[in-house]
Ligand binder design. Structure first.
Ligand SMILES: Cc1cc2nc3c(=O)[nH]c(=O)nc-3n(C[C@H](O)[C@H](O)[C@H](O)COP(=O)(O)OP(=O)(O)OC[C@H]3O[C@@H](n4cnc5c(N)ncnc54)[C@H](O)[C@@H]3O)c2cc1C
Length: 504
């Protein structure tokens, strides 16, 4: 068995440097495998990708980054939830939270069951996420539980970060180079293959030919190795998720009172939705939309209208997105990571998460030279299943809407494709609350994630729920009141988001 001794990563965006820093820690430090990153000085990175999910903490911790340094270096803030505005009804500012927590338990029964029981009976209940957990109240109070923990990467509630993706890549680059990764600043102009089609080397514009045993394609949507060289097929999700374009504007803070909240805001608009993400240094904003329903100019003007004076005179960045996944992200001796592997619209911040997932899987299925068929097959199946599941989860944010005010929303409600598996789950959840056994083990999203979205779209507490309709109202009221006390206690003992970040 011939062991892999060298890996070349082509591309130096978020995926290139996440790959380099992770593989440096796991493969280079432990097995002496050499890692080289070739990044072009002339081809831009996407440069957006500012919201993350809690698992990213495991990634940074694994590669040994001190948390406070990471927060400082990337202008990060805390993200505890996503606040969805106007997704069910149009333009009234109605909102719901998707927090990073699961509904709490009381005497072994999820509070969600009591919430549903009350809702079915027509009794007044607070919004689902507020009634069943502590994070929405913390978000409303602009508080986080991090400051009370001395240990890095820990808090009393789950959390992730809003961070500057460009600064994150530079920080990971600096750390990787310090730890022995070789960086070549050059553009790959040709990819050379042997007679089995495996990649043997790449030619660069100025620094000649570079050879390696294994190659990682982090070239973004251009997919130089996996698609242009190895011809791996791309499976489009556009008939299910038609948002394929984005226009982004970064705005400055104008005064002290504008310190950002510890959540991402996603506001539904006429042909998509607008993200607002507050970093410690500035705000990132962007309109993700479908070009079948709106032009770039229309989208830019809708975004500017939403942002008001804060966007005056600032340049908008226009991006085309390729939504879908690679049929095989690992082909021959090449692995695609990041946008070259696949992309879902950033509604649930899956971009950096899929990079992490692909790298962890790759290490789990790590091959030797010329002996990888079984490993590769399993890797590709698992990754594809994760993409399919995550795509379904994002479709669920749209298809249950009551909005019919524009062609886009009418399309999403009545015409957009819904996979058989999601249709089955939605039918099932008319009779029961989502639970672990309803979902594939392999997905990135679990039953609580679905509960928050269904509740936000008025589709969680159906009269046909057989179990919950029998719970006595008196008991449910008692549980929900107990929950209120827990929530108030959590707000009382937690610290302000602003002072936590400013303290760092
Ligand atoms: C609108 C939008 C919003 C997003 N929001 C989020 C979010 O909130 N959260 C999240 O997790 N993700 C988000 N993402 C996804 C995230 O931005 C990407 O997953 C991430 O940036 C990975 O990009 P990448 O490194 O694969 O590609 P890129 O950033 O495109 O980098 C490609 C790299 O390859 C190099 N390159 C290309 N060709 C060559 C060549 N021939 N030779 C040498 N080098 C080459 C380039 O120079 C560059 O360094 C978003 C994406 C978009 C489009």
């Amino acid at each position: 068995m011939k062991k892999i001794k060298s890996i070349i990563i082509v591309g130096g965006g978020s995926s290139g440097w996440m790959a380099a820093s992770y593989l440096n820690k796991v493969l280079m430090a432990e097995s002496g495998i050499s890692i080289t990153v070739i990044e072009s000085p002339d081809i831009e990175t996407i440069g957006v990708g500012e919201a993350t999910v809690p698992t990213i903490r495991n990634f940074f911790q694994k590669i040994g980054l001190p948390e406070k340094e990471l927060i400082r270096e990337t202008n990060a803030t805390i993200k505890s939830a996503i606040k969805f505005v106007d997704w069910f009804d149009r333009g009234e500012g109605d909102s719901y939270y998707h927090p990073f927590e699961a509904p709490l338990y009381s005497d072994g029964i999820e509070v969600s069951a009591h919430w549903a029981a009350e809702k079915i009976k027509g009794n007044t209940v607070e919004k689902f996420a507020n009634a069943t957990g502590v994070i929405p109240d913390l978000c409303d109070a602009q508080k986080v539980t991090n400051a009370s923990q001395a240990k890095d990467y820990s808090a009393n509630t789950l959390y992730a970060y809003h961070l500057d993706a460009v600064l994150m890549a530079s920080y990971l680059r600096k750390k990787s180079i310090e730890r022995g990764v070789v960086r070549v600043e050059d553009t790959v102009t040709a990819v050379n293959q042997n007679d089995r089609g495996e990649i043997t080397s790449v030619n660069t514009a100025n620094a000649g030919e570079h050879t390696a045993d294994f190659f990682i394609d982090c070239t973004g949507f251009s997919s130089l190795l996996i698609e242009k060289t190895l011809k791996e097929k791309f499976i489009s999700y556009e008939d299910e998720l038609p948002c394929n374009s984005a226009v982004a504007i970064q705005t400055p803070y104008t005064d002290e009172s504008s310190f950002p909240p510890p959540f991402t805001t996603a506001t539904a608009k006429s042909a998509g939705w607008i993200w607002e993400i507050g970093l410690s240094s500035r705000k990132g904003n962007g309109y993700v939309f479908s070009d079948k329903f709106q032009s770039f100019d229309q989208a830019e003007s809708e975004l500017r209208q939403h942002l008001g004076e804060s966007a005056n005179g600032l340049t908008a960045k226009k991006l085309k997105m390729r939504v879908g996944r690679r049929e095989n992200s690992w082909s021959k001796n090449c692995l695609a990571v990041g946008l070259s592997s696949g992309f879902l619209e950033p509604l649930e911040s899956t971009g950096l998460q899929f990079i992490q997932v692909a790298l962890e899987l790759f290490v789990d299925y790590f091959p030797s030279v010329n002996n990888y068929a079984a490993l590769q097959k399993q890797f590709n199946q698992v990754l594809a299943a994760k993409y399919e599941d995550s795509k379904d989860f994002i479709v669920a944010h749209y298809c249950l809407t009551a909005r019919e005010d524009t062609d886009f929303w009418r399309h999403m409600k009545h015409e957009s494709k819904i996979s058989d598996s999601l249709q089955h789950q939605l039918a099932l959840w008319k009779h029961k609350l989502p639970s672990h056994s309803d979902l594939k083990e392999i997905g990135l999203f679990s039953a609580p994630n679905y509960m928050y979205i269904l509740a936000g779209l008025n589709s969680l507490a159906h009269e046909t729920l057989s179990k919950e309709s029998d719970i006595p109202s008196q008991r449910s009221k008692q549980v929900l009141q107990q929950m209120q006390k827990i929530r108030q206690g959590a707000v009382k003992v937690s610290g302000s988001h602003q002072s936590y970040i400013k303290g760092i």
